[in-house]
Design a protein around this ligand. Structure first.
Ligand code: ADP
Ligand code: MG
Length: 562
């Protein structure tokens, strides 16, 4: 017989904790939100061991009165809302009363808080969700919450944490976003005792951008300011020439709440349509303000998603505000950025697979397994500046020039990692690159691998680096953009894949583009090199480099036989 029962409280709280505390960065997010709700204008964050050893958030906010400190750790205990009506007119970032108990369910927590300068503060040590020590201690008004030994008693969760640098990268992203959302709050972030983020707290958004993304971007960004009857938007948007590969530099806030919103992403994409190349993303920091009753923030445990009452109106308003601002500014298109096109993940492959789209559905010209060697090929010419047409002993071959070259470059890079010396191009003038805190963590994490393939990079203080050499295969490209794209690519994958990801991204950038006319010699060279690869028939992304039409298939197409 199936027995039904209500779960004991410790199981319930552990299940709930799993929703809120996904990784160290989610704790940082919750603690920062609490500090902001408490009116703090100075918030200091400290992370060690990728946040698993220590996460500490200290603020100068209102503090928690000594009689209420324990209560703050009870589930659904909150000072922010009291009624359904409050939920509809929500002004605070928090409202669920779940963060502190959830955090205390998965880590040791130390709280030190004082609600007024004159009052003695309260110190609590919470272990296993229960208070094991309490004392009164003097403290300036504000709250410090230190979270230690996260997931120590949850081996399954601990196992899912990525490398320290990756977790720190996520933490840097959270702190950066809140620094952008609240320019009048001074944020600092220490990662493993190194200053990673510092915002001035002077109320000037552009000054926060200088700190996070560097002066080049901050100077170039266009001011966005627009309002309608029901909404207003403020922020900064970069000209299309300073685009990025990922969306890490696209910040969206609603009433200063950091959110993910596919709707707003589409609005941004739409506003930049025609200005950006395929797969590139605009750099934007946008804060949308509207009456809280026009949106529902209670749709996600981490409060990262919202639902708008009128999606269409929001979409049109945001797109319109951006479009107008972009149109009114002469968007300087920098030829340097235009000369370089999309990364591998965005490469348009539809042209490479005509048999899926044309009337000839019977054409069985499927690629053969990747490791099968290529026969000697006689080059006949180039088609659509994209494919090399060649004749082999058993039929016609079409070679995708980009995919084929990607394979060739990839194999040469992998050989370098296996011990061969990298072919390096020294830069006469080193390139200065200012990285965001997230990019900085990724760079530190990948430093060794980057130097293995030929990126010689020196730290020039804080998050500024000097790029002194690049892999020789990238000599004709914009090195700074490629390095940023590589960091973005690395952020999408786990530490284990780092070697392969690097090689894939570099080879995709270095590979000859579709659309470039090749001389017969260039084509011959490429085919020769491809023939020497161990897996000549697929590119590193696993897509075909070569498609064969054998005689039988051609005969069938022409009705010579059925
Ligand atoms: P919520 O933020 O949804 O109310 P939390 O569990 O995050 O729930 O916090 C519970 C309560 O603890 C808050 O409502 C607030 O009263 C108090 N609190 C938490 N952090 C701080 C802080 N840094 N400063 C002042 N009060 C705080
Ligand atoms: Mg909270």
């Amino acid at each position: 017989m199936v027995e039904l029962h209500v779960l004991p409280p410790e199981v319930v709280s552990r299940i709930a904790a799993g929703e809120v505390v996904e990784r160290p960065a989610s704790i940082v997010k919750e603690l920062i939100e609490n500090s902001l709700d408490a009116g703090a204008d100075k918030i200091d964050v400290d992370s060690r061991g990728g946040g698993a050893e220590l996460l500490c958030v200290a603020d100068n906010g209102s503090g928690i009165p000594c009689a209420h400190v324990e209560m703050a750790f009870l589930r659904h205990a909150t000072s922010k809302i009291a009624s359904l009506d409050d939920l509809v007119h929500l002004r605070s970032l928090g409202f669920r009363g779940e963060a502190l108990p959830s955090i205390a369910a998965v880590a040791d927590v130390e709280v030190s808080t004082s609600a007024a300068d004159t009052e003695l503060g309260t110190y609590l040590y919470i272990h296993g969700g229960t208070v094991v020590h309490r004392e009164s201690k003097p403290r300036a008004q504000g709250t410090t919450i230190a979270v230690r030994r996260l997931f120590r008693h949850f081996p399954a969760r601990l196992k899912f944490l990525k490398s320290e640098a990756t977790e720190n990268g996520h933490i840097a992203q959270v702190v950066s976003q809140y620094a952008l959302a609240f320019p009048s709050v001074a944020f600092s972030l220490l990662l493993e005792d190194r200053i990673a983020v510092r915002s001035p707290g002077n109320g000037v958004l552009r000054d926060v951008v200088v700190q996070l993304y560097g002066t080049e971007l901050a100077r170039a960004m266009i001011r966005i300011e627009s309002s309608s009857d029901s909404m207003s938007i403020t922020g900064l948007a970069a000209p299309a020439s300073l685009s990025r590969a990922g969306r890490g530099h696209q910040s969206m806030f609603i009433n200063h709440r950091w959110i993910r919103s596919p709707l707003l992403q589409r609005a941004v994409d739409d506003a930049y349509r025609g200005l950006l190349q395929e797969g590139r993303n605009a750099v934007t920091v946008l804060n949308l303000e509207m009456s809280p009753d026009r949106l529902d923030v209670n749709v996600h445990p981490g409060k990262a998603l919202v639902k708008f009452a009128d999606e269409q109106a929001v979409f049109r308003f945001v797109r319109g505000a951006l479009k107008t601002a972009l149109m009114n500014t002469s968007v300087a298109t920098d030829a340097r950025h235009l000369s370089y096109t999309s990364t591998g993940t965005q490469y348009n492959w539809s042209v490479g697979e005509p048999m899926e789209h044309t009337p000839s559905p019977h054409l069985a010209a499927t690629p053969t397994p990747g490791s099968e060697a290529l026969p000697p090929l006689r080059i006949l010419g180039q088609l659509l500046a994209t494919y090399i047409v060649a004749e082999g002993p058993d039929g016609m071959y079409l070679v995708d020039q980009h995919a084929a070259h990607e394979r060739v470059v990839y194999d040469s890079l992998v050989a370098q990692e296996a011990g061969a010396a990298p072919e390096v191009q020294g830069l006469l003038e080193p390139i200065t690159i200012e990285l965001s805190p997230t990019e900085d963590s990724l760079l530190i994490d990948a430093f060794e691998e980057l130097s293995t393939v030929g990126f010689m990079i020196d730290n020039f203080g804080d998050r500024t680096y000097l790029l002194r050499s690049i892999p020789a295969v990238l000599r004709d490209f914009d090195a700074a953009t490629i390095l940023r794209d590589i960091l973005h690519e690395l952020s999408q994958h786990s530490r284990q894949d780092i070697h392969a990801r690097l090689a894939i991204t570099i080879s995709c950038h270095a590979a000859v583009r579709a659309g470039r006319h090749l001389s017969v010699d260039e084509m011959k060279q490429l085919i020769l090199q491809l023939e020497r690869c161990a897996q000549p028939r697929t590119c590193p992304h696993g897509r075909p480099t070569v498609i064969r039409y054998d005689k039988g298939e051609l005969d069938r197409l022409f009705g010579r036989r059925s």
